[in-house]
Design a protein around this ligand. Structure first.
Ligand SMILES: [Zn+2]
Length: 100
């Protein structure tokens, strides 16, 4: 069973900290314009017209570019010698240790 929780806390007049199962995010903004960082490091800006429900949101960057890269191509490394190992290697090509 998955336990979910979501909590947000106001920081000052314009800021907000969002706590969720996936991590901590934060946002800052005024009515009509908001910039937020999600737990996965994505930076989004949201522009809205207050009172209309019309809004536009767009990912404008990442606070964790290296994490994003790691997600695309997870790097394996030999636990014995620390050198890079191929995705499908069973044994380290440098020291011969069995890879995890
Ligand atoms: Zn090795």
């Amino acid at each position: 069973m998955a336990v979910r929780f979501k909590k947000s806390k106001k920081i000052g007049k314009y800021g907000r900290i969002n706590l969720s199962k996936s991590g901590v995010g934060a946002s800052i903004g005024v009515p009509g314009f908001r910039v937020s960082v999600s737990p996965d490091g994505k930076i989004r800006r949201t522009v809205s017209i207050p009172g209309t429900g019309i809004y536009d949101t767009k990912v404008v960057g990442s606070a964790k570019p290296e994490a994003h890269k790691a997600k695309q191509a997870p790097k394996r490394a030999c636990q014995a010698c620390g050198r890079a190992a191929g995705q499908k290697d069973v044994f380290c090509r440098y020291c011969g240790a069995r890879l995890l």
